[in-house]
Design a protein around this ligand. Structure first.
Ligand code: 1PX
Length: 216
């Protein structure tokens, strides 16, 4: 007898998984767990259809860069964001003002994901507080314009804006999240987003302390 258990995929698990990133009284983030959170988000995005594959390709590429560091000979130095920053800075492995010999440093790669996390925060907060007749594409582009768009060239902004128009309606979107009724989704977001915010805030603080927020 073969029982096929379909793996239930819910956005709650993905968001809550960011909780396990934080260690040392929220004073550090485990890179491996951070990447796992991202993998879950990418999986979720892929379930929305191929229209976002240009986004998920870039995210997967950045996750891959980080996983290669983790697997590499200096993997131990990449265990947490704090240790990564210290290691890369003290070993001169970061292009600080313009792209040069280290175009794929861990610091600049994580910064790209970190900025995208800000978009996620804004978007999910808008969804959480939205009314039934709100348009997801509007919520999504507002969140994008207030965050990631500021770092993207025109052509990417344009492409992203067009892709947003293909986002499913709010109720479909909530369904894909797989957490229950609209009310359940709202509750879930209220409960799970603080974990994402903690990770965001820690990273922001770490990067700001080391002047890494504008890495090319
Ligand atoms: C219920 C909502 C959950 C949805 C989860 C969706 C996860 C979204 C993951 C987005 C990851 C985006 C990473 C982008 C990093 C980035 O800014 N890369 C650019 C710069 O990198 P570079 O190496 O050149 O300095 C790169 O140029 C990006 C290219 C791809 C376009 C990015 C558009 C981002 C749009 C925001 C995500 C929209 C997804 C909507 C799905 C609901």
């Amino acid at each position: 007898l073969v029982v096929i258990v379909e793996e239930k995929f819910t956005l709650r698990e993905v968001l809550v998984s960011f909780k396990s990133c934080l260690v040392d009284n929220d004073e550090d983030v485990i890179v491996e767990h951070y990447l796992n959170g991202w993998k879950g988000l990418v999986r979720f995005m892929n379930s929305l259809g191929t229209i976002f594959s240009f986004v998920s390709k870039d995210a997967v590429n950045k996750i891959q860069i980080m996983e290669n560091y983790l697997k590499g000979e200096n993997g131990e130095r990449y265990r947490t964001l704090q240790s990564m920053v210290e290691y890369e800075l003290s070993s001169d492995l970061v292009d600080v003002t313009k792209r040069g010999s280290h175009p794929e440093s861990g610091c600049r790669t994580v910064l790209r994901l970190h900025r995208a996390l800000r978009w996620l925060q804004l978007f999910l907060e808008k969804l959480r507080t939205s009314s039934e007749d709100s348009k997801t594409s509007t919520l999504c582009s507002e969140a994008y314009n207030d965050s990631l768009a500021n770092y993207h060239p025109w052509i990417i902004r344009k492409t992203a804006t067009v892709a947003f128009l293909a986002l499913p309606a709010r109720n479909m979107f909530f369904e894909v999240m797989n957490v229950g009724t609209a009310e359940d989704v709202v509750d879930m977001l209220g409960e799970a987003m603080p974990y994402v915010s903690k990770v965001y805030d820690f990273t922001q603080e770490l990067y700001s302390q080391h002047n890494l927020l504008d890495l090319p």
